[in-house]
Design a protein around this ligand. Sequence first.
Ligand SMILES: Cc1cc2nc3c(=O)[nH]c(=O)nc-3n(C[C@H](O)[C@H](O)[C@H](O)COP(=O)(O)OP(=O)(O)OC[C@H]3O[C@@H](n4cnc5c(N)ncnc54)[C@H](O)[C@@H]3O)c2cc1C
Length: 466
Amino acid sequence: MTSTYDAIILGAGHNGLILQAYLGKAGMKTIALERRAVAGGGLSTIEDSRLPGFLHNTHAFFLRAITAMPWYADLALERNGTQLIEPELNVALITGDGRALEWWTDIGKTIDSFAAFSLRDAATLRRWHDEFVPIVAQMLAPEARSPPLPPEERRALLSRTSAGRRLLTVSALSPLEFVEQEFEHPTIKAGLLFFNGLREVDLRLPGFGHHIAVLLASPAKAQMARGGSAALARALEAAVREAGGEIRLNTEPERIVVEGGRAVGIETRDGELIRAKHVVASSLNPHQTFLDLLDEDLLPREMRERAQRFRYNLLAPLFAMHLNLSEPPRYSASADHPELARAFMVILGLDHVDRFADIVRHHEAGTIPPTVMWGACPTLFDASQAPARRHTAFMWEKLPYRVHGDAENWDRLRDEHARAMFKLWQAHAPNLADAILGSFARTPLDTERDLPNKPSRRQHHRASRL
Ligand SMILES: Cc1cc2nc3c(=O)[nH]c(=O)nc-3n(C[C@H](O)[C@H](O)[C@H](O)COP(=O)(O)OP(=O)(O)OC[C@H]3O[C@@H](n4cnc5c(N)ncnc54)[C@H](O)[C@@H]3O)c2cc1C
């Protein structure tokens, strides 16, 4: 059986769906092929099967700056029911001795919080923020919305202005070098590297030194979707369908069909041939796309080697612990910081910048580092994610994919590690012991089972973010 479309998209995660909606709006007849029974990829919200009404976001939850994305407006997602919530106390790092380093949507309040740790660092924060606001607005934001320039052309262009030269100089550093060079307080360094660094890129990588300053200067902060992350996926699906697109679930490609040096279609695992007149696009990872789905002799050797060399962020894999609760976590640190009752992202176990060296060392060795974790209580901001007067909360921790040399070990270690995380959580929020109604944990191996494009037995899973 053969069918023909203008465009075929592999994978119906948010990137695939957004592309498909745009192509549909441009008048193309499109189809997305998705291996799972539901579209949305990392925008996934599940209901606890043992306790109905408790919703848990099993992948992406902190959705950065979604309302500032051009596609959010272009695809009229609010018309399809999307609502993003951006809590004011966006991030709080709670230290072992009950202090709180806070990032607010209001930079003035963030600077005040930094000042309680170090006046010098608070002044440094203000300086970088003020310097990078125009760099983000005039250079990086427009750049992110345009086709990338060849590196030499970009460098030449940036070298023409003092702000551009500044950006080039700072970005030559790694995030770690940037923070060590600019800030003095160990908790501030740790917080910046964690919230503004580690979650996004490998903090040892040169070329990302500007990353922290950019995130500090960026107007849009972490957001969450009302109803759960899957609500955003449903709105994207609706946008695709409105534009005439088709999403074929439970369908996997066997190979990309190439004729005359062009990708012209997909053969599915069921033997169906789907032809594309104009576009075959893949949102799968480079190994799947270029090595698994394309015959070896069809790809120029150089491209094949680049796909083989593609490396995933060592520190990307996550372990997640999810709780059903009768009340939200009440942190002991709230005694001095009552605002913590409305904190969105909470970071625990990270008092000192030296923790990063530990985390990296353990990831390289495949062993479990001392617990540093971060998470949220979504129901503080969106009651629809649990039954009335009930709550959900979760914590994530970066842990090695191949634990003790083999990812399969996670099935044995899951419960033990969840208990260790809960112990730290409860040390900060003693009410959890009585508030807990149920829990479950998901390991880096569970993520791979769920979304095979993310991790890989060849490598670690990828770190691209929404
Ligand atoms: C535990 C966890 C927590 C995360 N938290 C955050 C967060 O808080 N904030 C954030 O911004 N990001 C987060 N991320 C990352 C985020 O989920 C990804 O950046 C995002 O999902 C990437 O979107 P995508 O559309 O490119 O790929 P995906 O969302 O992975 O979508 C790809 C789609 O392709 C499908 N697919 C895979 N293989 C095939 C195949 N062979 N054939 C057909 N279909 C296939 C998959 O089923 C999936 O639906 C998290 C990831 C994980 C694992």
